[in-house]
Design a protein around this ligand. Sequence first.
Ligand SMILES: [Zn+2]
Length: 183
Amino acid sequence: MPRRFSPWNLVDRSASLVGELSLDELPRVKTVASSVEEGLSYEIQGGKDLLGNPSLAIQLKGQLTVTCERCLEGMPIPLECNSTLQLKTQVQAATRSGEHELTDDCDVLIVERDDKLDALDLLQDEILLALPLVPAHATIEECGEKVASLLSTQQTSNSGTNDEDKPSNKPFADLASLLGKAD
Ligand SMILES: [Zn+2]
């Protein structure tokens, strides 16, 4: 794919960049995802948003495997992003800044007309935004036996420490020693 493209040119021509991504092209995503299944397809479409502003519509679809933070096993995550980035030049952004911004919820990209953007950088931003901050299986059961056994050892060691911290909570220990003395 062409890494660098002119977003304004894409908008002027109402053209789009379409293709598939491999994980090797996405070094920043690779730090959190271990594999891409069934291909990760993207489309960057230049045009106008609903309010008629120049914009890039970004679509991503595919499936990534990330690591569950609880059991550290691979976990598939379906990825489907649809976002619109409004395009402005620095001058346009500056003259707008004093006005009431009606499109607060819309992301704005400030790019000069002659400037180019790195498509992979843009797509990586979108993918990382779409991924959960702390990926984990929805339920502990889904994490499987590994976590179940980890949790049970943790509980055993926890109750052990609690007893040592509060010896007064062991009434039967005293009783046992009293019985021992009585013998
Ligand atoms: Zn898990």
